[in-house]
Design a protein around this ligand. Structure first.
Ligand code: HEC
Ligand code: HEC
Ligand code: HEC
Ligand code: HEC
Ligand code: HEC
Ligand code: HEC
Ligand code: HEC
Ligand code: HEC
Length: 434
């Protein structure tokens, strides 16, 4: 109660009359009628009821409107007429932080906050049409969840993009900003789907997702168990998110199993985290991995995230059951890394033996998985799909309890990729028996 009062006081002091007028709708409606010709005295809400009626409806349904958080609290009060629309401010996460410091700080410590930086670090990003990145229609459409630096904002401004900088509206969308919306797995769906991270598809057709579906439909009672993405990845409402294996399923220290450690080394070379010739870490790339929090780099960091997840499973399953499931995930990564490393090594040999000519963009005689769809040869295009689409599906499918993704969309496709890659290599002149 005291927090709400304090917030009200602060907002009252900070923001000017148009903002106050929003709160006293009846009074301002009367005044609006009197001054119909005098735009400048209209409140945000009065005018926007006509300009953008549904934005006003959403806001009125929100907790914000109930608590007296006005349009001007987020957009400032410099714009008050049709003529000065450009003066309206597009809110940054820091605006939300003024009143929601706890969620902001948690979010800032997690992976979502790093999403824009991770996108910018990929070489392929800069070869794409600007609409897909800065225009937020491709990579940018999902990675906009990340915080933007001053330099990022400058670049966006230059590209003519002023929207998409709020981050916090990714799960509780404007202008409802609803906690209930953000709690539903659908809130994650737009981004966690498709080619290389179909968590929505895997989860929603797993037993966990189906249970939750039936609860949402009112067929199963509210109290029945049916875990959501949030239950597992935002336990107790925390806004800090990170998983043990991460997106790429590589980590340090390398596994104790010798063959597996060698296979992860091969993958890390193809990801250019390790030098393909010496096998030593490449300092700039290691720094990037640290800055973007791409992988867990110590056993403790990995175990800490595992323990958090296991604690969630234990609400509904026995510890023995849950530990067994995690082990199956780890075993899957070990098995798919064998296939992946074999494929990478074949392509590397093509370069080493001069059967493929090194493109100008390559520093090493070694495939580069970070080139994505810009991979310079047909065989590396197949390697790209094997890595980013099929390897991802195989292990993510196991962790999300989806047998079809683990097998047919994952493992089975990888085996087919490897066969095709071998055939292409032989056609290029490689002797696979050597
Ligand atoms: C007299 C009418 C009027 C008043 C009063 C008014 N607006 Fe607007 N506002 C507009 C119009 C017109 C637009 C442009 C809509 C469009 O592009 O279709 C606009 C656009 C906006 C935008 C979008 C800006 C952009 O760059 O796309 C925001 C945000 C906004 N108004 C917030 C406010 C806030 C906050 C207030 C009160 C402090 C306010 N408006 C008061 C008429 C008004
Ligand atoms: C001037 C203060 C203020 C600002 C700025 C503000 N909020 Fe709020 N917000 C509140 C208050 C007060 C509540 C209601 C009490 C609570 O849940 O903390 C609230 C509630 C919420 C809720 C919970 C709603 C529900 O369904 O229970 C969400 C989500 C939220 N805000 C998100 C945001 C986001 C995102 C931003 C930035 C775009 C933002 N807020 C900016 C004050 C603010
Ligand atoms: C607007 C798009 C968007 C939405 C919505 C979204 N995410 Fe994400 N999420 C991302 C991106 C992009 C990343 C990768 C960020 C990075 O590491 O650079 C990510 C990363 C993650 C990670 C970290 C994975 C790892 O590598 O450790 C988890 C866990 C996660 N999201 C869970 C969720 C959950 C749960 C929801 C819904 C409540 C959600 N996300 C909603 C875009 C989104
Ligand atoms: C449909 C939404 C979406 C699109 C489009 C998208 N990404 Fe992502 N990206 C994500 C999500 C979600 C994750 C996290 C997935 C996971 O952890 O399984 C992610 C992860 C990543 C990561 C790994 C970050 C880390 O630290 O682990 C990089 C790098 C990346 N994306 C780059 C790109 C690039 C470059 C593009 C465009 C060519 C792109 N993404 C397009 C949603 C998207
Ligand atoms: C809690 C903060 C908050 C409040 C309160 C708020 N907005 Fe917004 N508004 C946002 C955010 C966040 C965006 C999206 C910014 C972005 O794209 O990065 C936005 C975008 C907009 C846009 C431009 C985008 C679009 O969809 O057209 C308009 C217009 C707008 N708001 C009007 C209003 C009006 C009118 C009110 C009051 C009835 C209001 N806003 C109240 C946070 C807020
Ligand atoms: C990945 C999705 C996601 C993003 C992005 C996100 N939130 Fe949330 N938010 C949630 C979920 C889920 C809840 C409900 C948590 C719970 O069950 O208590 C929530 C709840 C909230 C609440 C209500 C807290 C309460 O206990 O009443 C506030 C305030 C809030 N978020 C602010 C923010 C702010 C500020 C940001 C940006 C820094 C942000 N959120 C970004 C998913 C998200
Ligand atoms: C029952 C718990 C559970 C649910 C529900 C769940 N996940 Fe996961 N998720 C996991 C586990 C376990 C991992 C792998 C942990 C590890 O790396 O060891 C994981 C991994 C991830 C990752 C990292 C890459 C990957 O797939 O391995 C992302 C991103 C992610 N989940 C997002 C989501 C989203 C989005 C949803 C909902 C559509 C969801 N998860 C539902 C347990 C869950
Ligand atoms: C909120 C409760 C809840 C949580 C949390 C939860 N589960 Fe479940 N899980 C269920 C329910 C309910 C089922 C469906 C029961 C059945 O299949 O008979 C299920 C089914 C499963 C299945 C399929 C079992 C089968 O027999 O087909 C696996 C595997 C599984 N969970 C693993 C996990 C793991 C691992 C975690 C933690 C990362 C976890 N679950 C977290 C409730 C939960």
């Amino acid at each position: 109660m005291t927090r709400r009062l304090a917030l009200l006081l602060i907002t009252t002091l900070l923001f000017s009359l148009p903002a106050l007028a929003d709160r006293d709708e009846n009074k301002s409606d009367e005044r609006g009628k009197k001054d119909q010709d005098d735009e400048t005295s209209m409140s945000c809400v009065q005018c926007h009821k006509k300009i953008t009626p549904t934005i006003v409806t959403d806001w009125k349904l929100s907790e914000h409107s109930e608590e007296g958080v006005s349009c001007a609290d987020c957009h400032g009060s410099k714009h008050t007429t049709k003529a000065d629309v450009d003066e309206a401010e597009v809110p940054m996460p820091e605006v939300c932080a003024e009143c929601h410091g706890e969620q902001y700080n948690q979010f800032a410590a997690g992976k979502h906050a790093k999403a824009w930086a991770a996108l910018q670090a990929m070489p392929t990003t800069h070869a794409l049409p600007s609409t897909l990145v800065d225009g937020m229609k491709g990579c940018g459409g999902c990675h906009k969840i990340g915080f933007k630096s001053e330099a990022d904002l400058e670049a966006l401004k230059e590209a003519g993009q002023e929207y998409g900088v709020a981050s916090c509206d990714s799960c509780h969308t404007r202008h409802l900003f609803s906690k209930e919306e953000a709690r539903q797995p659908q809130a994650c769906r737009t981004c966690h789907m498709g080619f290389d991270h179909p968590q929505w598809e895997m989860y929603s057709s797993s037993k966990h997702g189906v249970r939750n579906d039936l609860k949402q439909l009112g067929i199963l009672p509210e109290e029945a168990a049916g875990p959501t993405c949030q239950d597992c990845h935002m336990a107790n409402g925390t806004h800090e998110n990170r998983t043990p294996w991460g997106f790429l399923a590589v980590r340090l220290p390398l596994p104790e199993d010798e063959q597996w450690a060698a296979d992860q080394t091969t993958i890390l070379k193809a990801l250019r985290v390790f030098n393909p010739v010496t096998g030593d870490p490449i300092p700039e790339m290691v720094q990037l991995v640290i800055d973007a929090d791409v992988a867990r780099l110590t056993q403790e960091a990995f175990d800490a995230e595992r323990d958090k997840l296991l604690a969630v499973c234990r609400d509904c399953h026995s510890e023995k059951f849950a530990l067994g499931e995690m082990e199956k995930g780890d075993e899957t990564i070990k098995a798919i890394d064998r296939l992946m490393a074999e494929a990478i090594t074949i392509v590397a040999r093509l370069y080493e033996e001069g059967l493929l000519r090194r493109p100008d963009t390559y520093v090493y005689d070694y495939p580069n998985l970070l080139t994505f769809h810009d991979a310079p040869t047909g065989i590396e295009q197949r390697l790209f799909v094997m890595h980013l689409e099929h390897r991802m599906r195989a292990f993510q499918g196991v962790f999300h309890n989806n047998p079809d993704y683990a097998l047919w969309y994952g493992w089975s496709e990888m085996v087919r990729d490897l066969t095709a890659i071998k055939e292409m290599a032989v056609a290029l002149g490689l002797n696979l028996d050597e």
